[in-house]
Design a protein around this ligand. Structure first.
Ligand code: R5P
Length: 285
């Protein structure tokens, strides 16, 4: 049975330990007086298959460095293998490069590999492919989100993918709810601004907008306005990772969206669905 290690944003490890009864190794994460990071295992990891849990939000750079520190310390302390679960993996959206901009994901995957991490688990990873160069398992919260929407929001609805990338998740979600999927198109204006193409649609009944991430809420709000204009009754939103930057939640509710649900890959006020069981199953407990 692997030994679970929770980083600063790795509380999901505690949920998994509770579900499976697996051992959890507590650690001391602190700072030296000069601000440098301090890490120490509070258990013996010698010969263990260590699984580190850390979600890259709200402070992705710090979490990345911390995870590397934990992984290297595990190896130096004699761990048999080191795997990482990143329930939310940051920097996966900044791959569409505008001239002169950095694409940090390339540096990040090198750092993770160099730290000796041999297996990586993500949940609804935005890039939808293995860019890590090591064993990668991408899990999904879509089925559980779909079950929640059926139980709590509406017993029948149309699923809207607000852009081309979201079609993959929307289809996965809709298989569970037996819903029709409508795909909208997002147009990039510049590095920071996008608009959802205001296509002509005719809708009736309820709608759930499905995406992997809600950050500023801009995408989901634009999609909601289009759905409302098209005549639907009520609009809901579901996503795996609720970043909810700034006043996103306020903007979402003001746009006419009745309710939002997300998973606990990021702990937010709408994280009503847990992916702990999905991760536990993938780790072969
Ligand atoms: C982008 O392709 C993602 O799938 C989401 O649509 C996007 O990250 C949402 O961001 P925001 O909430 O800021 O519009």
């Amino acid at each position: 049975m692997p030994l679970l290690v929770a980083g600063t944003n790795g509380v999901i490890a505690l949920k998994i330990a509770k579900i499976t009864g697996s051992p959890i190794c507590y650690s001391q994460i602190d700072r030296y007086p000069d601000g440098e990071k301090y890490f120490r295992f509070a258990c013996d990891v010698r010969g263990e298959d260590v699984v580190i849990f850390n979600s890259m939000h709200p402070n992705p750079d710090e979490i990345l460095f911390e995870t590397i520190l934990i992984a290297e310390t595990a190896y130096q302390s004699g761990a048999e293998s080191v795997s990482c679960v990143f329930p939310y993996f940051a920097y996966a959206r900044s791959i569409e490069k505008v001239r002169g901009e950095a694409t940090p994901i390339h540096s990040i995957v090198k750092m993770l590999r160099n730290a000796g991490i041999r297996r990586i688990y993500t949940v609804d990873f935005h890039l939808q492919e293995n860019v890590f160069g090591v064993e990668h398992h991408d899990l999904s919260g879509m089925e559980k989100l779909a079950e929640y929407c059926l139980e709590e929001f509406s017993d029948s609805f149309t699923v809207i993918a607000p852009d081309e990338k979201a079609v993959y998740w929307a289809k996965r979600f809709a298989r569970k709810t037996d819903s029709e999927v409508i795909a909208l198109r997002k147009i990039r204006i510049d590095a920071e601004n996008v608009i959802v193409d205001p296509v002509r649609l005719e809708l009736e009944g309820d709608v759930v907008i499905v995406d992997d991430i809600i950050s500023t809420g801009g995408t989901v709000c634009q999609a909601a306005r289009i759905a409302k204009k098209a005549g639907c009754r009520r609009v809901f939103a579901a996503c795996t990772h609720a970043i909810l930057a700034g006043d996103a939640m306020m903007r979402i509710l003001e746009s006419g969206i009745e309710d939002v649900v997300a998973t606990d890959t990021i702990l937010s006020p709408v994280s009503h669905v847990s992916v702990a069981e999905t991760i536990a199953a993938a780790l072969n407990f």
